[in-house]
Every structure is written in structure tokens, then in C-alpha cells.
Design a binder for this molecule. Structure first.
Ligand SMILES: C[S@@+](CC[C@H](N)C(=O)[O-])C[C@H]1O[C@@H](n2cnc3c(N)ncnc32)[C@H](O)[C@@H]1O
Ligand SMILES: [Zn+2]
Length: 365
């Protein structure tokens, strides 16, 4: 069968691809079925150390055969087994993928809200260069591509149901294109400074170390580029190691790597990887009106923000056409919404006491 255009990887991506072994540039050799600027099958060759990487089914397999990759392959298999055992692999259930994340059921109602927050921060537009790490079946990559972004999706799993194979099917159904790379997010085989945005959903906490994945992300972001991550669990400071291990046992039994951290763990890793923290907050508090913060505090049984903090957080601009335009211009330049973040001290106390599902925003200086 002749592949359709959306099965292809963009040839224009090749100049930013790097050899996962030596970091050298890659060239295309022996491409078949090249279709104008697109390619579905061929070999990428590293002139520096002579290694070759295949492009198959429109996906570039940019990994070595190290022990680390063997571990990641076992994790990828583990994800497939987990889905099979839970009856979530293939069949009619897979049809819902095409609607993700906008499904009226748990956990998708919350994930959709978190994704809308990410869209609000990212302000997707035509030509924005977005990299998704740990893209899974690629629902977010497809949604971002639908909004005009130029999306590369990195994932260890090429599976046709829950990996990048599925991402290509989602993109095809949405009549958009994405570039899928089977690679390790902790050692991204991509040229430095190539992306405006790195997006992640529930991916940072599946890394071997926050610092490793964040450093790799920092490397591929351009100066001023941003990391926007959602669905990353933040543990309360007083979490006991044995409780955590018990909570994660189901996934770790499938050799899935779980790496959960506290606010401090995320903070430290951001700092060490050279990213500037813009915000670390549970999705529920993004753009939350200051009045609601008091109610939230009651529900969580923590101290409310101080009166001074509440005054400082109150909306300052009156709604009129001119201010709406000013706000729109500021957002296009990357400014966060004036009420995006709740008062910092309250926010921090809340996460330390209660934890939550984080939205992470950081910038490459
Ligand atoms: C919880 S899933 C999230 C998938 C998708 N982002 C979503 O929100 O549905 C985590 C994903 O990270 C991938 N992953 C884990 N380690 C990775 C690595 N080192 N590099 C790339 N992807 C990785 C897994 O294969 C899995 O698909
Ligand atoms: Zn090389």
C-alpha cells in the first residue's frame, strides 16, 4: 500500500537530528518512497562514527543498543502488557484515542483541563516548534499539530496502539503531520536550541532522574524557549517511602520506571539543569480568583493567603477593549496571564502539605 503523506517524517527535520551515540550530524541515505519533502523509509547515517539508524513506517529509530536502551525497551513492553492486562489494548476502546483528551470520564476530565492550561501557556500558533517528550500514543502531539504547531514527538515505544505508531494514526485522522522519533528523552538526539516549546504530559515522572530529563530538555530549547509539563505528581513533604512504593507497585511490577518527587525535588532539578522556574502549581490553582483561594485553603485545611497576598493577587486591570488588546499582545509575547499564579508563599505551603498534580512552567534563560 502506498503510504499517505501523514505517514511520513519531514525531510526538513534531518538537519536537526543528531547521532545518539556521538552527537554527530546525520545524513539520509537510500531513502525509498520519498514523497516531496517527506520520507517513510530509509537510513540515517552518521558520518562521524559510521553508525546507521533506520526510518521505518515514517518513524526514525534514533537509539543505540546500550544497556540503558534495553531497560527502556523492557519498559515499553511493560506498558503494552499493562494495557493488555487491563483490557485497554486495541479493540473498540482504542477508538476513543481520537477524541483525547476531551472525554467525559475520569481521568480525562482532569487531564483535559490541565491540557487546556498548557494551551493557554503555550499559545499554539502556526510554525511554533514544539517537542513532546514521552508522547505515548501522541494525543497531545496531534492536538498541538491541529493548532498549527510544528510537532516532533519523542517516545521509547513505537507500538501501533499505545506508542508512536498510534500517534501517526491520530495525526492522519486529524489531517495533520507530526515527526515521530523513537528515542530517549534523557538523551535527546536533537540539535541544541531547536525548539520554542517542550511539552510533556505525565512523562517527567517516568524518567530515571528529573535532572537528566530536564537537562536534556534545556539543551534543545532555544534561549527564551519554555518547558510546559502537566500531570506530574508532586508528593507532600511528609510522604513515607514505603507508602509511595506500595502506591506504585502495580506499575513497577511491569518494569515501568516511576520517579515521584516533592516540590523541592522538582525545584532543585530545574535549577541544576539550567532552567528558570516560572511556576510549579497544581492545575486547580491556575488562574484561580483570589477569593477562591480562601475557600480552597478551608477545604485543604491549610492557612489561607494573607490579606496582603490577596490584595496583591487581585485583578488589577478593568475589562475594556484596550486592556483586552494589551493583554492579548502580552500573551503573544509569552507573558503569563496576570492571574496565572497564586501567591507564591501560599502556593508553596499548599504543595508541601498536600502535594498535587503539577503544571510545570520553566524557561531557558
Ligand atoms: C504515563 S505515559 C504518558 C504518555 C502520554 N504523554 C500521555 O499523557 O498519555 C509515560 C510515557 O513516557 C514514555 N517514556 C518513559 N521513559 C521514556 C524515555 N526515557 N524517553 C521517552 N519516553 C519515555 C513511556 O513509554 C510512556 O509512553
Ligand atoms: Zn555518530
Amino acid at each position: 500500500m502506498r503510504p499517505t503523506e501523514s505517514d511520513h517524517m519531514r525531510k526538513s527535520l534531518i538537519p536537526i537530528l543528531r547521532c545518539p551515540r556521538c552527537g554527530g550530524k546525520l545524513v539520509l541515505k537510500g531513502s525509498r518512497r520519498g514523497w516531496a519533502g517527506w520520507i517513510s523509509k530509509g537510513t540515517l547515517h552518521c558520518k562521524q562514527d559510521g553508525s546507521n539508524y533506520m526510518i521505518r513506517n515514517g518513524m526514525a529509530f534514533l537509539h543505540d543498543d546500550s544497556e540503558r536502551w534495553q531497560t527502556l525497551s523492557r519498559e515499553a513492553d511493560g506498558w503494552v502488557r499493562l494495557h493488555r492486562d487491563r483490557g485497554m489494548y486495541g479493540g473498540p476502546a482504542a477508538e476513543i484515542d481520537f477524541r483525547l483528551p476531551y472525554l467525559n470520564e475520569a481521568p480525562w476530565i482532569e487531564i483535559a483541563r490541565a491540557f487546556d492550561i498548557a494551551l493557554d501557556i503555550i499559545q499554539p500558533r502556526r510554525g511554533l516548534r514544539v517537542l513532546e517528550v514521552g508522547a505515548g500514543r501522541g494525543w497531545a502531539a496531534a492536538q498541538l499539530a491541529k493548532r498549527g504547531c510544528n510537532v516532533t514527538a519523542v517516545e521509547i515505544n513505537a507500538d501501533m496502539q499505545i506508542g508512536l505508531g498510534r500517534a501517526l494514526a491520530l495525526a492522519k485522522r486529524a489531517h495533520v503531520r507530526i515527526d515521530p522519533l523513537v528515542a530517549d528523552s534523557e538523551k535527546l538526539p536533537l540539535a541544541a536550541g531547536s525548539y520554542d516549546i517542550v511539552f510533556a504530559s505525565a512523562a517527567i515522572h517516568h524518567s530515571s532522574s528529573f535532572e537528566a530529563i530536564l537537562s536534556s530538555i534545556a539543551q534543545v530549547l532555544r534561549p527564551g524557549g519554555r518547558l510546559v509539563a502537566i500531570n506530574e505528581p508532586c508528593l507532600p513533604d511528609n510522604t513515607k517511602a514505603e507508602d509511595l512504593a506500595a502506591a506504585l507497585a502495580e506499575e513497577t511490577a511491569y518494569e515501568i520506571n516511576e520517579n515521584h518527587g516533592t516540590l523541592n525535588d522538582y525545584r532543585q532539578a530545574l535549577r541544576r539543569s539550567g532552567l528558570r522556574e516560572l511556576g510549579l502549581l497544581p492545575w486547580q490553582t491556575y488562574r484561580l480568583h483570589p477569593n477562591c483561594l480562601v475557600e480552597w485553603s478551608e477545604q485543604l485545611q491549610i492557612d489561607p493567603p494573607s490579606p496582603q497576598e490577596l490584595v496583591a493577587a487581585a485583578p488589577r486591570w478593568r475589562h475594556n477593549l484596550f486592556n483586552s488588546y494589551r493583554a492579548w499582545r502580552a500573551r503573544r509575547r509569552g507573558a503569563l496571564h496576570p492571574q496565572a499564579l497564586p501567591p507564591a508563599t501560599w502556593q508553596e505551603a499548599m504543595l508541601r502539605a498536600c502535594g498535587g498534580s503539577l503544571v510545570i512552567m520553566a524557561e531557558k534563560p
